[in-house]
Design a protein around this ligand. Structure first.
Ligand SMILES: N[C@@H](CCC(=O)N[C@@H](CS)C(=O)NCC(=O)O)C(=O)O
Length: 346
């Protein structure tokens, strides 16, 4: 597994420019985010120098939300390259973007994705070369291709502000607990006991895996003969086919719902034993970012009933939703679809 401090000096400027220009279909989605302007309204000057860091991401992706909130909380200025990852656009399947991800140390360290668990962590499933988010640091010549690593990177850039030394183990335990939750499965698949996802998600996700497969094939078949990227697309096809079967299997869906409920219960128990203002510290840490984003997502998908018997967890969720970085990077990021489930938050 790549550590956030591993370096691999490559020409990130050229690789990133190709990905930015050919994958991000609309120039208005190429902006600069800074502490003074944390919304995507400042256009990127393509003729000017590159910002030190850039992020490729998507409004609704939970991994992108974790990354944006971490960078914003860390007070970073970054180039924001917003991809549309939903079919039929799937800008994340663009070959230049995939080539950028394949230049990350993670792509070399991990085996490529070959299964589907419903979670988004790299552990277990392997490295997915066709997803967001991806961070690039031009000064260090690094490509960071995983949201957990991006959050750690944001912590490094902020001299450790997001992971206080004394609480490192507790913060990372919470980060890993959130990363293990099957957010993707809950987004794409219906609860067999009653689907409470907002209607556009219910409708849009029904055949999403099939439509993704169609797009992956289209992009793969357009690669030049002998392209080294072909395997990346082939592995993605294996994952998406497994995902399609998984979300249509009521037993798998019930299992991931039960896993999520026990994860939430366990966190509620840890919270009830705390004597700190935030989840593990008196400071706001990555643990609060990851749980805040996760609880917001579970609420959006109609799973807030999971903490009906934990009013202190509902209070904690509210506390995170008021944090300016969480609002800017997740809740208020333009383009998040509304829904009855989040009407009192958004
Ligand atoms: N381990 C990766 C997983 C990233 C991931 O699964 N991204 C999803 C959105 S959260 C994605 O881009 N899906 C688009 C697709 O599969 O086509 C991370 O944490 O960054």
């Amino acid at each position: 597994m790549q550590t956030h401090s591993q370096t691999s000096k490559i020409d990130t400027h050229t690789l990133t420019k190709s990905a930015r220009i050919s994958a991000v279909g609309d120039a208005s989605r190429r902006t600069i985010i800074s502490p003074d302007a944390p919304t995507p309204t400042t256009p990127r000057d393509e003729a000017g120098p590159d910002p030190q860091i850039e992020l490729f991401h998507f409004v609704m992706s939970i991994c992108s939300q974790k990354s944006r909130v971490s960078l914003i909380e860390a007070g970073q200025t970054f180039g924001s390259n917003e991809l549309v990852i939903m079919p039929p656009l799937n800008e994340n399947y663009n070959a230049d973007y995939v080539a950028l991800r394949m230049a990350s140390p993670l792509a070399r360290a991990e085996s490529m994705v070959s299964s589907y668990s419903g979670a988004t962590g790299t552990t277990g499933e392997g490295f997915d070369p066709l997803v967001v988010p991806t961070l690039v640091d031009h000064d260090k010549g690094e490509v960071v291709a995983d949201s957990r690593l991006i959050a750690l990177y944001a912590n490094d850039l902020s001299d450790g502000k997001l992971i206080p030394d004394a609480e490192k183990a507790a913060v990372m335990a919470e980060v890993d607990a959130v990363d293990a939750l099957p957010h993707a499965g809950l987004f794409y698949g219906a609860n067999p006991d009653g689907d409470h996802r907002p209607p556009p998600i219910q409708a849009g996700m029904k055949d999403a895996h099939l439509r993704k497969i169609e797009q992956v094939k289209k992009h793969r078949d357009a690669l030049p003969d002998g392209s080294p990227l072909r395997q990346a697309y082939d592995q993605k096809l294996i994952k998406e086919d497994a995902g399609r079967k998984f979300i249509h299997d009521p037993v798998s869906m019930k299992n991931i719902i039960a896993t999520t409920k026990s994860g939430v219960d366990a966190f509620a128990k840890r919270l009830s034993n705390r004597s700190t203002s935030w989840s593990v510290s008196n400071d706001f840490t990555l643990a609060d970012i990851f749980w805040g984003v996760s609880l917001f997502r579970l609420t959006y998908l109609g799973y807030a009933w999971m903490w009906n018997e934990h009013p202190h967890l509902a209070e904690f969720a509210k506390q995170t939703y008021a944090r300016p970085s969480l609002r800017a990077g997740a809740i208020d990021w333009p383009g998040h679809p509304p829904g009855d489930t989040i009407a009192d938050i958004i």
